[in-house]
Write a protein that binds this ligand. Structure first.
Ligand SMILES: [Zn+2]
Length: 272
């Protein structure tokens, strides 16, 4: 997608909901949907802002894409689960996904990977694993070196677990401020947020109702945010996972990993 938008002017990019940061950072997505579902605004600037230091900087390939959803008219949907792995719920989620042959994307916390590798070892072949930081601190509050070191440490833990270098980053709390983008560029990540999130609080003890709500709101290219770790109230979404999968399939949706969704995405077409 980066190739498709690099020739545009800055105003074109902004008008189309494409994120431009620091002159070299571009991304595309449905920012309205993300803002509508995200209660807290990201930190706009921090100690590192979009660039850091003087002299030549290590910025990986020199550009960074940010995605809230896939850009496709195909009925593709990506389920994502954050904050794991952990022994309480992660195996249940993996069991449900395996039973229905649904690939998903897990944004894992590096320290949890080190602690609970046995929970997920040899169970991730159909899935994708992205980086969700080392221990879920707000990276936007760290200085550039700390932010990079945090992500690098988690990156290495995930690579060791899966045998594959992760290519996706979801920063904790969706915070993109401070040096987050710069650190992500150094690691050549694609930055992935979400366009729909589970709404567990609205459906206490009603897994089927929660599943219906999510099924109704999914659109082609939706990236759904869920958690396989956390407060007990979150269980309602996981208990309704089978209903959610069946409901989406009955509407013609195919489940894909985030990277597969992004590969199926098309660049927006400039109007002039
Ligand atoms: Zn998280």
């Amino acid at each position: 997608m980066a190739e498709g938008v690099r020739g545009w002017g800055r105003r074109d990019l902004l008008r189309r909901g494409v994120l431009v940061v620091g002159g070299v950072v571009v991304g595309a997505g449905t920012s309205e949907a993300w803002w509508a579902t995200h209660r807290r605004a990201p930190v706009a600037a921090g100690p590192g802002a979009a660039t850091v230091g003087n002299g030549q900087q290590d910025v990986g390939s020199g550009a960074l894409e940010v995605f809230w959803s896939g850009r496709t008219s195909q009925r593709l949907v990506a389920l994502t689960f954050d904050d794991g792995p952990a022994p309480q719920w992660t195996p249940m989620v993996l069991d449900t996904l395996a039973r229905h042959r649904v690939p998903a994307t897990f944004f894992m916390v590096g320290a949890q990977v080190r602690r609970h590798a046995d929970v997920v070892r040899d169970r991730l072949a159909e899935h994708e694993v992205g980086n969700h930081s080392w221990d879920h601190r707000n990276l936007a509050e760290l200085d550039p070196t700390e932010a990079y070191d945090d992500l690098r440490r988690s990156h290495d833990a995930i690579a060791e677990l899966t045998g594959t270098q992760p290519t996706l980053l979801r920063p904790p709390f969706g915070q993109m401020g401070g040096a987050v983008l710069h650190a992500a560029a150094r690691l050549d990540y694609q930055l992935v947020l979400w366009s729909l999130q589970m709404v567990e609080r609205e459906f206490p003890d009603d897994p089927a109702g929660h599943a219906r709500r999510i099924v109704n709101e999914v659109r082609p290219g939706t990236i759904v945010l869920g958690h396989d770790v956390g407060a007990r109230r979150r269980l309602v979404a996981l208990r309704g996972l089978t209903d959610m999968i069946n409901g989406l399939r009955s509407r013609g949706y195919t489940f894909v990993t985030v990277s597969a969704l992004l590969r199926a995405s098309v660049a927006p077409t400039p109007t002039r």
